[in-house]
Write a protein that binds this ligand. Structure first.
Ligand SMILES: Nc1nc2c(ncn2[C@@H]2O[C@H](COP(=O)(O)OP(=O)(O)O)[C@@H](O)[C@H]2O)c(=O)[nH]1
Ligand SMILES: [Mg+2]
Length: 255
């Protein structure tokens, strides 16, 4: 299921909720359009209980109010449900389709929490992890296991006290090897540090260890797809429940 891809780059912007990913994407779009044709796929974890967006604050990208830029930007929000194993492959197909149709850059914005969201990020060629001064203490991205996926770390909200501490904490957590990602400090609110971002993104190298972490996610995703795409999947599931078919036997029949 490797779809045709055009020239172009897919990047994921991920990180804990509320760190300012959407505001950062907005700031980026202001600096990319109209020279670049950009698509944003915003993966929106929705609560099955409320039926609405979990984070509530679905952002209106201010860049879309600028007629000179809006025409070269496509934004689509994709809701994930708790059991949405299919979402990453839907996003992958969508991203390939966009790249094949003239988009030079596809940005996947995803909250770095939950397996489906991390797999959405793993689709990208490069992953940018966003952190910020947190209300609680500690590095949220580290807790979510996101650091190993990062090709670039952005500490947002540099206008707030505490941003420097986050930079220091991140520097400490990353093993000091040649392979650790660069850390930059920006403010999506004031625009501080944002002008350098477009060039950085297009020149961003993949790290050896982030590539491996991405490939691990992709392999797991492909394996799961192999099982669930089997036409006998549901029937075998029934046999596990009703006839006591063992998991090992089920796996054998599915593969
Ligand atoms: N002080 C400050 N607030 C920011 C900055 N960037 C975003 N915010 C605020 O942080 C909140 C969450 O931003 P949002 O982009 O929706 O975060 P997301 O959940 O990561 O997409 C909003 O209230 C923003 O106004 C920043 O650089 N500085
Ligand atoms: Mg957001």
């Amino acid at each position: 299921m490797e779809p045709i891809r055009g020239e172009g780059l897919v990047i994921a912007i991920t990180g804990p909720p509320g760190v300012g990913k959407s505001c950062l994407v907005d700031g980026l779009l202001h600096r990319l359009a109209p020279e670049h044709i950009v698509a944003v796929l915003a993966v929106d974890p929705t609560s099955p209980l409320s039926g609405g967006a979990l984070l509530g604050d679905r952002i209106r990208f201010s860049v879309l109010d600028d007629d000179s830029k809006a025409d070269s930007i496509y934004v689509r929000s994709i809701a994930t449900r708790s059991s949405s194993g299919a979402v990453p492959s839907i996003i992958q197909s969508l991203a390939s389709h966009l790249l094949g149709n003239g988009f030079g850059l596809v940005i996947i914005e995803t909250v770095g929490a939950g397996q489906a969201e991390i797999r959405c990020a793993a689709i990208a060629d490069r992953i940018i992890v966003v952190e910020g001064p947190a209300r609680g203490d500690g590095i949220q991205a580290e807790k979510a296991g996101l650091l190993e996926l990062a090709d670039l770390l952005i500490v947002n909200k540099s206008d707030l006290p505490g941003a420097d501490k986050v930079v220091n904490d991140l520097t400490m957590s990353l093993s000091i090897t040649d392979d650790s990602p660069e850390i930059i400090k920006v403010s999506a609110l004031t625009g501080d540090g944002l002008d350098q971002l477009p060039a950085m993104i297009f020149a961003l190298e993949s790290r050896v260890s982030s590539q491996r972490a991405r490939n691990r996610q992709r392999l797991l995703m492909a394996h799961e797809h192999l099982l669930t795409a089997n036409p006998n999947f549901e029937a075998i599931l029934d046999r596990i429940s009703q006839e006591g078919l063992s998991l090992a036997q089920a796996l054998e029949e599915l593969s």
